[in-house]
Write a protein that binds this ligand. Structure first.
Ligand SMILES: Nc1ncnc2c1ncn2[C@@H]1O[C@H](COP(=O)(O)OP(=O)(O)O)[C@@H](O)[C@H]1O
Ligand SMILES: [Mg+2]
Length: 492
């Protein structure tokens, strides 16, 4: 069973128990109040009967009480029996039987008690005098008077007993209790439903993040590392969600890093391979050059291309590593930009020749040197020249220039190629971005990586790269590298 179902059931059961217990208590209290009410009503009835009994006793009119009781019995069906007893004689209205609820009263007459005093005179004059004082009543007899006090007449009393039918009383009670019970059940029902809804939403609230996490784990299992789950709060589940997001972000970074290395390696090996392929194709077509000097030159160029591939393999890890932007001070040395330009243009010479593109070195200022790492510089120039040749059609021209100053060296690669639409310029240095892919009908193969790699290398050297382009006329990529070596760790 799912946690959510378990939680819902458990909370619902708890709520049901509490609501039912409350409803039960309310019902018992209501029942007791109704019972008290009924008893009070019977007592009031009895009090009325007692008053009439007293009256009839005082008036010595027993019939008065009996007829009152007969009327009462007609009005109150719960009065099953009534009996009146006086002077040993009992009259019963209805039928007395066991199991009735009996209430009884006895009344005595309210008339004063009369004592008769007789005195027999022993001589002349009044035989006795009666004096009433604060101390009470005193009787003084003269001489040997004989005094006799007659006992008052025997006190009579009247007992009246009412018997109520319990069944009728209970039925009345049940009738009175019914609407109250219904009301209580309605309120209990409403609370029960509200409670269950509350329990269900609470369960959902508690287990929702876990369900999302579980779905996210499945996505990660399928290789989608871009997933993240909403962090619901600062409790344990929220913390778990936050840690999960951190984990996927970390994994994604690692995967991206590895992908970067792979892509860079492929790209970096492909460019010199293209140059080598150009030479091999040329020889296939025209045969190997006869002269020893020409052969040596060609072999030197091919060797440089192979060395470049070897270097690329070695430096690829560093290129996208954590401190790629910092560069390595140990690898810095004096690099002649002209030599670098020559090396790159020689590598691409067969390609330029086959496309009938003129490659011109435009360096009127003479030699320019940089104290920097050579590998990133070569990477920048190679990517820019290969792009210029790639995006320029037959008969065009590619120009390379250098501008030397005290603080920085700038170099540019300019072509008369297809140019780049202004809308593409802001994204040009983003990985996998290909401006050409937007142009309908034009499909020059590529990966969209070269400029991103070049930009990364420029950043590593603390420089900047900029592009100006007119669609249909050509493009110019301009790189500026400062001569003061930037501090290690300070990215451009
Ligand atoms: N010299 C250029 N002339 C015209 N377009 C260019 C030039 N250099 C780069 N681009 C455009 O920039 C995009 C990105 O270049 P790059 O990163 O080298 O990738 P790729 O050459 O593999 O497509 C290219 O697809 C192309 O549209
Ligand atoms: Mg390219």
């Amino acid at each position: 069973m799912r946690i959510r179902t378990k939680l819902s059931l458990l909370t619902a059961a708890l709520i049901a128990a509490v609501v039912l217990a409350l409803a039960g208590t309310v019902t018992v209290v209501q029942r007791r109040a109704l019972q008290d009410d009924c008893r009070r009503r019977l007592e009031t009835l009895m009090e009325g009967v007692e008053r009439i009994a007293q009256e009839s006793m005082d008036r010595r009119d027993r019939l008065m009480l009996v007829s009152y009781l007969m009327v009462l019995q007609k009005e109150h069906p719960e009065l099953a029996a009534a009996s009146v007893t006086s002077r040993g004689h009992t009259s019963v209205i209805g039928a007395e039987r066991p199991g009735l609820l009996y209430l009884a009263r006895t009344v005595s007459p309210r008339r004063p008690v009369t004592y008769t005093v007789t005195a027999y005179p022993a001589g002349p004059g009044p035989a006795a005098t009666v004096a009433v004082s604060a101390a009470g009543l005193s009787l003084t007899a003269a001489g040997d008077a004989t005094v006799a006090v007659a006992e008052p007449a025997a006190s009579e009393s009247l007992a009246v007993r009412l018997g109520f039918d319990n069944g009728i009383l209970d039925a009345e009670l049940a009738r009175a209790l019914r609407p109250l019970l219904r009301r209580t059940l309605q309120v209990a029902g409403v609370f029960l439903v509200l409670g269950m809804l509350g329990a269900a939403s609470l369960a959902k609230l508690l287990t929702g993040p876990l369900t999302a996490l579980s779905a996210a784990v499945v996505s990660v299992g399928k290789g989608d590392l871009g997933v993240s789950v909403p962090v619901s709060g600062r409790d344990e589940v929220g913390l778990l969600a936050a840690r999960f997001n951190q984990m996927t972000a970390g994994l994604k970074e690692l995967m991206d890093f590895r992908e970067d290395i792979l892509h860079t390696l492929t790209h970096e090996l492909n460019t010199p391979l293209g140059g080598l392929k150009g030479y091999l194709e040329l020889w296939q077509e025209k045969g190997i050059p006869a002269g020893k000097a020409e052969q040596g030159e060609v072999i030197e160029t091919m060797l440089a291309a192979v060395l470049r591939m070897e270097n690329s393999l070695g430096s690829a890890l560093r290129l996208f590593g954590p401190d790629a932007a910092a560069g390595s001070p140990a690898a810095r040395r004096v690099v002649g930009l002209h030599d670098l330009f020559n090396e790159v243009t020689t590598l691409f010479a067969p390609l330029a020749r086959s496309k009938r593109i003129a490659v011109v070195l435009d360096t009127p200022q003479g030699m320019a040197y940089l104290y920097a790492e050579e590998e990133p510089l070569r990477r920048i120039v190679t990517n820019l020249v290969s792009n210029a040749l790639k995006y320029t059609s037959s008969g065009g021209a590619v120009r390379l220039g250098i501008e030397d100053s005290a603080e920085r060296v700038a170099f540019w690669v300019s072509d008369t190629g297809c140019g780049i639409p202004a809308g593409d310029l802001p994204d040009l240095f983003t990985k996998f971005y290909r401006a050409g892919s937007r142009r309908a009908g034009e499909r020059i193969p590529g990966s969209g990586l070269g400029l991103a790699i070049a930009k990364k290398a420029v950043d590593g050297l603390g420089g900047s790269i900029a592009v100006t382009s007119t669609p249909g006329q050509g493009s110019t990529f301009r790189v500026t590298i400062p001569k003061t070596p930037h501090p290690v760790g300070g990215a451009a």
